[in-house]
Design a protein around this ligand. Structure first.
Ligand code: IMP
Length: 429
């Protein structure tokens, strides 16, 4: 199996962009299979910084990028992103980007509903990115979504808009938000159609051909296992399945599509948005992690919450996500800390747990059980070989491997593409 799937093993923002970019240089095709423009990948190549949201990271390497049916596509966001990266010198054309014809669209009404509902939740907010992701996935499973292929059929589009607006305008009006007008929405979509349709095709067919030819396919996950709609910290999650098994269903390939599964985890832990975070540090150490790690969201610019590495959580992500190897990022952010802590499990109402149970109340009450490790005084920044690392840093990584029950196969020591220590090439295994 020549394929590799990358997924986040915590709550997102693990530094997937760099690892995906690095692996994309070894792949033939890069596929997005879930999520939408709620994702944000920052790629640093030489003196250029690329901020990608919806485009598969392969576009930076000139590789064929595919947006699968499991992704929710905001046409405005996509076209704006294409324009932005083209201005930076990247080439995004129907030769280098294909979009599943059966991918659902995110329309302006989805973002409006997302925001109106968050406002109505008051202090019980989920802290969504406000991009309309949840409402768009709701429409997909409710069988009323407008899909990319509908743009080629004005009559279908008009009829589907009637059904969609009946639902959304009722909700928006109930929430006291502005409603949408069918004629202007239809005109807007028909105006965008000629710009989007050249990218559309049955991508499952292209992927089947690629598989037959033994091409190397990289599946680029967005968000992370703990934000998975089934396995994450529900309801503080995103609205798609982020686990590796979605690679097949979200692109139109069979269950063996995922191939080798690499999970990405930061050497500590962060989260944006609301929801449980047992190892969160509301103190000077947490502040320092945020400052050193530049922990601000790529998409919304929100400050990320920071805490110690939660090995119990990552062990859970390894099991439910199908992770076979772990890429550990931002180890250099821990340089200089005298003491480091790893969470090995939780106590909830006085009882010991080795995992985070599903119930919302239990998750909120979970208190971390820590193991302390000695920090290191030397620098790991920019290390490119195991031998460049201080002994205590090696010990920290080895202990993580034991606790999460998965090997660390890749270590990233700075945002630069080449500052990476590779223990195992996932495409070679
Ligand atoms: P939504 O995906 O916009 O509905 O947001 C649901 C939750 O997922 C919120 O807590 C967001 O902050 C979080 N989320 C969505 N996308 C990302 C991401 O790419 N990185 C980190 N958190 C994310």
């Amino acid at each position: 199996m020549a394929n590799v799937t990358i997924i986040g093993a915590q709550w997102g923002d693990e530094g997937k962009g760099k690892v995906v970019d690095w692996l994309a240089s070894r792949a033939d095709i890069v596929v997005r299979f879930q999520g939408g423009h709620n994702a944000g990948h920052t790629l640093v190549v030489g003196n250029q910084t690329y901020k990608l949201s919806l485009l598969p990271s392969g576009v930076v390497n000139g590789k064929l990028g595919i947006i699968g049916n499991g992704v929710v596509v905001d046409p405005h966001a996509l076209l704006a992103e294409i324009e932005r990266v083209s201005a930076q010198g990247l080439k995004v054309t129907p030769e280098t980007l294909r979009i599943a014809e059966n991918a659902p669209l995110i329309l302006p009404l989805h973002a409006a509903l997302d925001s109106a509902r968050e406002a109505a939740r008051g202090d019980r907010k989920i802290g969504t990115t406000g991009r309309g992701i949840g409402p768009a996935y709701e429409d997909k499973v409710a069988r009323r979504a407008i899909r990319v292929c509908d743009l080629a059929e004005p009559d279908t589009l008009a009829a589907k808009l009637d059904e969609l607006l009946l639902h959304h305008n009722t909700l928006l009006a109930g929430l006291g938000a502005a409603t949408f007008d069918k004629d202007s929405l239809l005109a807007e979509l028909l105006r965008l159609a000629p710009r989007l349709l050249p990218y559309a095709e049955p991508v499952w067919e292209r992927l089947a051909q690629a598989k037959a030819k033994g091409k190397k396919i990289l599946f680029e996950g967005a968000q992370a296992v703990m934000l998975d709609v089934d396995h994450g910290t529900y309801p503080f999650v995103t609205s798609s399945n982020t686990v590796a098994s979605t690679a097949g269903s979200g692109s139109g390939m069979g269950p063996d599509a995922a191939g080798r599964v690499l999970g990405i985890a930061k050497a500590y832990c962060t989260r944006v948005g609301a929801g449980p975070f047992p190892t969160e540090l509301d103190d000077e150490t947490g502040r320092l992690l945020g400052e050193r790690g530049h922990e601000f969201g790529t998409v919304t610019g929100r400050k990320r919450r920071c805490g110690w590495f939660d090995a119990a959580l990552v062990r859970q992500a390894v099991k439910v996500g199908g992770i076979q190897g772990l890429a550990l990022t931002k180890l250099d952010v821990l340089d200089g800390f005298k003491e480091l802590k790893l969470c090995t499990g939780y106590t909830i109402n006085g009882e010991a747990y080795s995992y985070l149970p599903a119930a919302m109340g239990a998750q909120a009450r979970a208190r971390p059980v820590y193991e302390s490790l000695e920090g290191w005084s030397g620098s790991t920044r920019g290390a490119r070989s195991w031998a460049d690392l201080p002994a205590a840093a090696i010990k920290y990584v080895k202990r993580i491997e034991e606790l999460v029950e998965a090997p660390v196969t890749l270590l990233s020591t700075s945002p630069e593409r080449d500052d990476t220590i590779l223990m195992q090439d996932p495409f070679a295994s």
